[in-house]
Each structure stands twice: as structure tokens, then as C-alpha cells.
Design a binder for this molecule. Structure first.
Ligand code: BGC
Length: 757
């Protein structure tokens, strides 16, 4: 009886709903809305008109996988979930999908999502490493391969790229983004989106990308993950938002809001951010997902009192899907109690259904083939190329690198020389360490017959403090012509919730290096890490340093090729490299302040005892670290040298609707063929709000043969000179500018131009 009654109510409800659907359809025709002619929109409207409120809310709920469990089967049959994350077994995916398609009332397919961050099985360098490549093409190719591999298991949605600007090396998640600069992050983020999404979303090898974490997550106070972000309006618009705008322009299918609050408002409940800015101002029509339980966490933030209010605030703010449903099930009540209109639910459901139609899930819900595509030869080749391009040569005294063939024996020392798990980096759920090729393996395979390899790791893992293997490592160094010292951080020391207050080499690595250095042998330090670790005191002990971040599956062959000169380093730092953790946050495009330091004053030891308050240099610097970083943003050496000359501008003055062409000649003055990233920066000297001392506005990575010259030119438009103020206004102000073209943010040829009224 009860069952029947329920059925009748549901039927009436559906009938009313269908009528509502038809009426709104007619209304749209009357208003001349173009979207109704769109085949996808027609399908979405048609389906929506048949859905009950419960079925609609089901589409807004994403849950973690439990495999082929009774609970999940029941939820799917009842249309109570729209998406599942973290299921990677193709058979389970197909079996669950079959239930959705054949046994739920309307047959709406499930969308399977996964964190495919820097590769699926074939692992590419961590995103910060990919940032060092300054090569959008290699980033795009890597993401394409990740998509092909992941989609072959039935996953069609990845929670990447992370577009958060990271300026604090303590923040564990700095590793997941492309560094500190809005322009570089925008370019590489858009490339990654293109790679994941391929030519069209309904290709079975395409993944829907997710621009995350929207927004300002990287500004967490003190680099503590999930912490408060205090960001002025102009900083938000000028620094933190541009990569997200670039993601909209690149067609990112989805957005994820971040855990943090900005200026007191959590991003899971901020209508300005999601409705006003993202949807209205930027015209974004894709789906917005919360972060894992971030809607419910608004209770912890002290922004809402209970789960029901959290659901209300999040939906009104424009969040379409609740990741790992903790509160969206309360939406039913909210509609029944008239706190939310069903039409508001419909808007969110539309965005979910639209995505499923665009992905082709209705036509092809199942995995067409299960051909193994993992670790394909061409995937590994691109992973190796990406790893080569992600390595930054920081030091190369007397051209120790590439190693000369007079070197007949090498000592291989350090916890990262043969660390197949840790070399992959953070956010690796599917890549297997059994496929990792470590530097030690490559050395033995490729050079074992021509070179004596004395392996003594000295420490078993990066945090190892036990010195009992030091003697062996020292003996290996003494018995060798050169030392390859592989230092760094284990993968688990960076990534989500893995911030560090001490960013130096952990465990007893510093002590081991100091002992090995006493042998007087030439040392190449190779650092594999998820952040630019503190190596200020270690650098003077070594002759050369390659910084590889966590280089992924093919890190070994990439590094060995670089060490022996089969490849030439071309990576450039995507972040400013601090000397000491106390300098963080640190970034090149800072403001000048009223008291900028002149030179790099480190005066702590010059201050006389009991000196008066007016001691040396009342400027913005640290007594013990000065103002300069260890290495500037954009820095990286090569085995060859590049000379910059002949900087030219198309005009010394331009009008607001004119373009400026800046060019210079770059010559390879060394003996190796090599790639150079040519960087263009500007400074706007006076503004109605203060402007940064430098801003990256363009770059180009070019390859030059030894002796070859090329003219590199860049075109700037008014858009490149605009900035935002604190009243949400974008301004273009006449005045004087300086322009640099050079090899990094601290060097380059310089000229001036004027923007006329
Ligand atoms: C992270 C997201 C991630 C999600 C799903 C969250 O904890 O912040 O970046 O996509 O989990 O795994």
C-alpha cells in the first residue's frame, strides 16, 4: 500500500515536472533563445523534464568508489549518485555503468573521475618540474598520454590541472602547480587542458579536465595547507586568477573550488567567485565541483551552522557537485521547505548532464576496448623527453658536466639514486614503481661495461638519520674519479597536507654530503624533490648541480643522458629559489616598496655592538639573507652559452590601440646544440595602484645549433599592459615602461617605451 502511494505521488510529481519542462521549452522558443537549437541542450532539456527531484539531486552527488558493492549498486539503481571517483578497475566500471544504464529509471550514465595529475601509469615529472620545462607542447603531449592511458580503464574525468600560484616553498602542494608566475602557469595550464581533453570531448580517449583549486589556495598563510588566504582584490585579479581565466578560454570542462577561505569567505560558498566572476563575467558554462567535503567543512570554518545550511550556501554560490557527498543530500529538504527553488537545482543538473552528453557517455557508456596502452614505448619516450626538459642545471663549475670521457669510475651515492617509488613524486595512484627506471639502473645498463660504478647509497631513504653506511660511501668516493650524489625528498614529503617548516635536505643527507666532499673528489649533486629545497650551504661543496624535481618513470635515463651529454639541460626555474626557508614567500614580481634595498646587503656581522637603532641599510631586506634569492625565477644554465644582442622595439611610443613588437638576436656561442627559453619582462613605473618590479609577458623556447643565431620577436598589445585595481576595474594607464628580453628574471637586455594617452 505504502509503496503504491509513493508511486502515485512520484507519478504526479513527474507529470507536473514534464509540463514544467515543456512550458519552459516553449518559453525559450518565444524568447528566441539560441541554445534550444543546440542538439546537446535539447537532449539535456528533454532528459531534465523527465527527472524527479531525487533523481536530479542524485546527479549532483559524487562518491568515492567501494568497488562493486551492494551499497553502490543500490545507489546507482536508485539514481542517487551522478559520479564516482577513484574506481580504476575497467570491469567494475563497466559493471557499475551497466546498472546505471540498464537498471536505473532513466539510464543516465555514471561519470568516473580520478586524480590523473602527472600521468596515469606512465608517470611524467611532477607539475612543478613540468613548469621548469617552459614548454607548453611537452606538457600537452604528456597530458594526452595520461588521458589515453586513464581513459582506457573507463575514467573520463581528471582533477587536474592545479593552477594555484605557489610562492611559498613550505606549502606541500607547490609541487602540484606550475610555479609562482601567472603568465607561465596560464600557458602551461592551458596546454595541459588541451592535452587531457584532446580534439573533442566525446573521443573515447578524452578526459574532462578540472581547473583547480579555485582560487587563492596557494596563498595559504605560512604555507600551511588548507590555511587562510588573505588576498587583496588587485592581487587576486592580477596574480591568482589569470590562470583560471586562461582555463576558461582553453575550454576546461570543469572547475573545482578550493578548501580555503579568501578574506573570510570559504570558496565553497562564495557566490561572487563562482556565480558572478566565473559564470557571469567569464561566461563559463561548465560544471563546478567542490573539493573533497569542502562544502561540509564550511561548518568548521564557522561560516554555516549545519550540513543543511552548508548545502544551501554552496548551491546558491554555484557549486554543482558535492565531492564525496557529505551534505548535498540535504538539498531535497531545502527544496521542499522552499529555501531553494527547483529551477536552481535544474541549473546545476543541466551542467552535469551537459558534460555527460559532451563526453559521449550516453552514446558510448562502456569501454569499447581494453587494449593495453600502458607504458607504451612512445609514452615512455615522451616521459623521458619531458624529464630531460624539466631538469635545471644550477651550477657547473669548470664545465664538470657533461662528464668527460677521462672519467673512468663514478661513485653513486645518496638515497635517491635508486628510489623507484620516490622518483615518481606525489599524487601517483596508478603508476607502478616496478616500471620506474632509476639513475642507478640506467648507469649500470648503459655504462656498466665502460665505466666502473661504485654504488654506496650511504642512507637508505631521504629521512634516514643513521650514519652507519657513511664509511662505505666515503670509500666509494675515494675509489672513484667523480661522485654522483643523488639527494632529495621522498615523494611523501610534498603534496597535499605535506607542508614542511624546514625545507632543507632531510635526514642525514647534509652530513653525508659534507663527509663525501672532504674526499676532494669532483661532485655532481642531483636533487629530486617536490619543492626547491634549501641547498644554500651544500652548493659550495659540490662542483655541479642538476635539480630534477621528481622526474617520473623515465627520470633515470633522462638524468644519465644529461650527465653524459647525450642531452643538454634546458630547464629554467618556475619559482624563485630561496636561500633559506625564512625568505618564503619569495617571488620575482614583488612590489618595490618605499625602501627597496640597493644591492644585496647581508649586514648582520657588520653591525657594531650596541649600535643605535639607525644601523646599516634601513631597507626591505633580511640582516642574514639580504634581499636576493639563491637563484632567480627563470634561471637555468646549459652546456652551451647564449648571447643576447640587438634588442629592438617597433616604436618608442605606442597608442592604446597599437601593438609593440620587441625583438632581439639570440646566438648560441658555445659548442653544444641547446635550447634556450627567451623571456620578456616589463615594468610599469607608475600606476594608480603600485605595480610589480617585473612581470613576465612572453617567452619562447628555441633550439639553436652551436654558432647559430636567431631573431626572436614578441608582440605586445594593450591587454599585456592592463592591470586590475581593488575596485574590480581593469585599467590601461599611459606612462613609462621598461622592457627586458633575457635568459631569466634578473638579467637581460633593457629598453624603455611609453604608452601614450
Ligand atoms: C584534493 C583535490 C583532489 C581531491 C580528490 C582533495 O583532497 O584537494 O586536489 O582532486 O582530493 O582526490
Amino acid at each position: 500500500m505504502m509503496k503504491h502511494k509513493k508511486f502515485v505521488t512520484k507519478d504526479l510529481f513527474q507529470l507536473a515536472n514534464q509540463w514544467l519542462g515543456i512550458l519552459s521549452f516553449l518559453f525559450l522558443i518565444a524568447c528566441g533563445d539560441q541554445s534550444i537549437n543546440d542538439p546537446v541542450e535539447k537532449k539535456v532539456s528533454g532528459l531534465l523534464s523527465k527527472m524527479t527531484l531525487e533523481e536530479k539531486i542524485g546527479q549532483l552527488i559524487q562518491q568515492n568508489s567501494e568497488g562493486y558493492s551492494d551499497n553502490k549498486i543500490g545507489q546507482i539503481k536508485n539514481s542517487a549518485i551522478g559520479s564516482i571517483l577513484n574506481e580504476t578497475n575497467p570491469e567494475t566500471i563497466n559493471a557499475l555503468q551497466k546498472i546505471a544504464v540498464e537498471e536505473s529509471r532513466l539510464g543516465i550514465p555514471i561519470l568516473f573521475g580520478r586524480d590523473v595529475i602527472h600521468g596515469f601509469k606512465t608517470i611524467f615529472p611532477v607539475p612543478l618540474g613540468q613548469g621548469a620545462s617552459w614548454n607548453p607542447q611537452i606538457v600537452e603531449e604528456g597530458a594526452r598520454i595520461a588521458a589515453i592511458e586513464a581513459a582506457s580503464t573507463g575514467i573520463r574525468w581528471t582533477f587536474a590541472p592545479m593552477l594555484d600560484i605557489g610562492r611559498d616553498q613550505r606549502w606541500g602542494r607547490i609541487v602540484e602547480g606550475f610555479g609562482e608566475d601567472p603568465y607561465l602557469t596560464s600557458a602551461l595550464g592551458a596546454a595541459m587542458i588541451r592535452g587531457f581533453q584532446g580534439e573533442r570531448l566525446n573521443d573515447p580517449t578524452s578526459l574532462a579536465a578540472c581547473a583547480k583549486h579555485f582560487a587563492g589556495y596557494g596563498a595559504a598563510e605560512g604555507g600551511r595547507d588548507y590555511n587562510t588566504s588573505i588576498i587583496s582584490g588587485e592581487q587576486l585579479r592580477n596574480t591568482y586568477l589569470p590562470p583560471f581565466k586562461a582555463a576558461v578560454d582553453a575550454g576546461a570542462a570543469t572547475f573545482m573550488v578550493s578548501f580555503n577561505e579568501i578574506n573570510g569567505v570559504p570558496n565553497s560558498g562564495n557566490p561572487w567567485l563562482t556565480q558572478q566572476l566565473l559564470r557571469k563575467e567569464w561566461g563559463y558554462d561548465g560544471m563546478v565541483v567542490s573539493d573533497w567535503n569542502s562544502v561540509g567543512e564550511m561548518i568548521n570554518h564557522g561560516y554555516v551552522k549545519d550540513p543543511e545550511e552548508a548545502a544551501l550556501v554552496a548551491l546558491k554560490a554555484g557549486i554543482d557537485m558535492d565531492m564525496e557527498n557529505h551534505v548535498f543530500s540535504h538539498l531535497t529538504n531545502l527544496v521542499k521547505n522552499k529555501k531553494i527553488k527547483e529551477s536552481e537545482i535544474d541549473e546545476a543538473v543541466r551542467r552535469v548532464l551537459r558534460l555527460k552528453f559532451k563526453l559521449g557517455l550516453f552514446e558510448n557508456p562502456y569501454l569499447a576496448t581494453t587494449q593495453p596502452v600502458f607504458y607504451a614505448e612512445e609514452h615512455l619516450a615522451i616521459a623521458q623527453k619531458a624529464a630531460v626538459e624539466s631538469v635545471v642545471l644550477l651550477k657547473n663549475e669548470n664545465n664538470l658536466l657533461p662528464l668527460a670521457n677521462t672519467i673512468k669510475s663514478v661513485a653513486v651515492i645518496g638515497p635517491m639514486a635508486d628510489a623507484p617509488h620516490d622518483q615518481l613524486g606525489t599524487w601517483v595512484f596508478d603508476g607502478e614503481k616496478s616500471h620506474t627506471v632509476t639513475p642507478l639502473t640506467t648507469l649500470r645498463e648503459e655504462y656498466g661495461s665502460t665505466l666502473k660504478i661504485n654504488y654506496a647509497q650511504g642512507l637508505n631513504f631521504s629521512r634516514d638519520k643513521d650514519t652507519k653506511q657513511f664509511a662505505q660511501a666515503i670509500a666509494a668516493a675515494k675509489a672513484s674519479d667523480a661522485v654522483l650524489f643523488f639527494a632529495g625528498e621522498e615523494a611523501i614529503l610534498s603534496g597535499e597536507a605535506h607542508s614542511r617548516a624546514d625545507i632543507s635536505l632531510p635526514g642525514a643527507q647534509k652530513e653525508l654530503l659534507a663527509e663525501v666532499a672532504k674526499t676532494g673528489k669532483p661532485i655532481v649533486l642531483i636533487v629530486m624533490a617536490g619543492r626547491t629545497t634549501e641547498i644554500y650551504k651544500e652548493l659550495p661543496l659540490v662542483n655541479a648541480c642538476l635539480f630534477s624535481f621528481h622526474p617520473g618513470t623515465m627520470g633515470g635515463p633522462a638524468l644519465v643522458d644529461l650527465i653524459f651529454g647525450k642531452a643538454v639541460p634546458s630547464g629554467k626555474l618556475p619559482v624563485t629559489y630561496p636561500k633559506m626557508v625564512g625568505q618564503s614567500p619569495i617571488y620575482y614580481n614583488h612590489k618595490n616598496t618605499g625602501r627597496p634595498p640597493v644591492g644585496n646587503i647581508e649586514n648582520i656581522d657588520d653591525i657594531p655592538l650596541e649600535a643605535g637603532q639607525v644601523s646599516l641599510g634601513n631597507t626591505s631586506h633580511y640582516l642574514d639573507a639580504g634581499k636576493d634569492p639563491l637563484f632567480p625565477f627563470g634561471y637555468g644554465l646549459s652546456y652551451t652559452t647564449f648571447q643576447y644582442s640587438d634588442l629592438k622595439l617597433s616604436a618608442k611610443e605606442i597608442g592604446k590601440d597599437e601593438q609593440l613588437v620587441a625583438s632581439c638576436v639570440v646566438t648560441n656561442t658555445g659548442t653544444f646544440e641547446g635550447a634556450e627559453t627567451v623571456q620578456l619582462y616589463i615594468r610599469d613605473w607608475v600606476g594608480s595602484i603600485t605595480r610589480p618590479v617585473k612581470e613576465l609577458k612572453a617567452f619562447d623556447k628555441i633550439t639553436l645549433k652551436a654558432g647559430e643565431s636567431r631573431t626572436v620577436s614578441f608582440t605586445l598589445t594593450a591587454d599585456d599592459l592592463k592591470f586590475w585595481n581593488n575596485d574590480n576595474q581593469q585599467l590601461l594607464e599611459a606612462g613609462d615602461f621598461t622592457l627586458w628580453i633575457g635568459p631569466n628574471s634578473a638579467e637581460g637586455l633593457e629598453t624603455n617605451f611609453k604608452l601614450k594617452e
